[in-house]
Design a protein around this ligand. Structure first.
Ligand code: PLP
Length: 393
């Protein structure tokens, strides 16, 4: 239905790896081309018409991104990706945390939202705590409640895990965390392109996602922060555009979000991201969710008919992605045959080693959807998968 909007699909390819990165719509490619040809300049400096135009487009992009998630421009920091957005907050916390403090993350986190906090705790002397999931892939909320204490300063959790595809109970987590005086950082990398994400509704303190996973460019990420949270965080990097006044003796910093955007920002990418988000908004999440749910139903049905498939978590909870193994065959071998059939899936630990350890698996095969996928893609995958199994048996 939407495939025609994505020029890459003029080649014969079955792309089922959108959780790793999404393909780019024509509207984005056209807009990027026009921007470089007609409007390109640096931002927040320069006085010519081009400089004013680029600055205005960059700031409008901030407003559109804010709008997309229900925030305001002042809450939006542009980074180079979700990883940098999370690192920005974690690096700030490494300076703020005291040895008696605690940080709580789930075992299902992507390394970006796991290692950053582990390191922040190592630097500050705070305690790094990990709460569990249930075998069906949902978060173990009893374990969460048991490990959340008055000492917890921040809870870092994904909206949707990049391995399990489960939508986590964010509102409940936020409510419980706030009762203990802890902040919540939500990693929305895997939800932002599949379901509505509203920072007011979810009441999170920080939220991070990458542009390239939501049909936008690479090199752009978003950190949302409540303004009081951004104000208490120290700057992440130093340089141009983030200062108020500099003397030989000392420097005072600009207010957020400028305080966190040292140096020339990803201008073209930020403007491009806003175009992709508008493209998505026009289609609407009702349509997207209905379409992706139907794809998941067909895929899961097809997989369940295959004996010896081991799902990571119960497939009934999954949104737009599924990870699994085939008993007795290494996923690398399956991936090799699938690649030969021009079917792109992801093989490995998906940057979630603690989660794979929980399932006592070193790796898995992940199929993930974007809005451009079709039932034919699912059938092509299933056919290729059967062929791969047959080959190794
Ligand atoms: N968080 C989750 C849940 C992810 O799936 C990913 C990427 O796969 C990231 C964070 C990191 O995103 P990026 O590599 O774009 O910074």
């Amino acid at each position: 239905m939407f495939k025609k909007d994505f020029p890459i699909f003029s080649q014969k390819i079955t792309y089922l790896d959108s959780a790793a990165t999404t393909q780019k719509p024509k509207v984005l490619l056209n807009q990027t081309d026009t921007f470089y040809k007609k409007d390109y300049s640096n931002v927040h400096r320069g006085t010519c018409g081009l400089a004013n135009q680029a600055t205005s487009m960059y700031e409008q992009a901030r407003e559109k991104v804010a709008n997309f998630i229900g925030g305001e421009s002042k809450n939006i920091v542009f980074t180079k990706g979700a990883t940098e957005a999370i690192n920005l907050v974690a690096a700030g916390y490494a300076q703020i945390l005291k040895p008696e403090d605690e940080v709580l993350v789930s075992i299902a986190e992507h390394h970006a939202n796991f290692v950053s906090w582990q390191q922040a705790c190592l630097k500050s002397g705070a305690t790094f705590k990990v709460f569990n999931i249930l075998p069906d892939g949902r978060l173990d909320m009893d374990d969460f409640k048991a490990k959340l204490t008055d000492k917890t300063k921040i809870v870092a959790v994904a909206h949707v895990s990049n391995v399990l595809g489960v939508i986590n109970p964010v509102k409940e987590i936020v409510e419980l965390a706030h009762e203990k005086g802890a902040k919540v950082l939500l990693d929305a990398s895997q939800s932002i392109s599949h379901l509505p994400v509203d920072v007011n509704d979810l009441a999170v303190d920080y939220l991070a996602f990458s542009g390239h996973k939501v049909y936008g460019p690479t090199g752009i990420g978003v950190l949302y922060g409540k303004i009081e949270c951004l104000n208490e965080l120290p700057p992440y990097q130093f340089g141009g555009d983030m200062i108020d006044e500099v003397t030989q003796e000392k420097t005072t910093f600009a207010l957020a979000p400028a305080k966190f955007e040292a140096g020339t920002p990803p201008i073209t990418q930020a403007i491009g991201l806003a175009v992709s988000l508008e493209y998505l908004k026009k289609i609407g999440f009702d349509k997207i969710q209905k379409h992706e749910k139907a794809l998941m139903k067909t895929l899961i049905k097809g997989l369940k008919e295959i004996p010896n498939i081991q799902f990571l978590g119960d497939p009934k909870y999954k949104t737009a992605l599924v990870s699994f193994n085939m008993a007795g065959i290494h996923p690398n071998d399956l991936g090799f045959i699938l690649a030969k059939e021009n079917v792109c899936v992801r093989i490995g630990h998906h940057c979630a080693m603690p989660l794979h350890n929980y399932f006592k698996m070193a790796a898995s095969l992940r199929v993930s959807f974007g809005l451009y996928n079709t039932k034919e893609d699912v059938q092509t995958f299933l056919k290729a998968f059967h062929k791969a199994i047959g080959f190794f048996k």
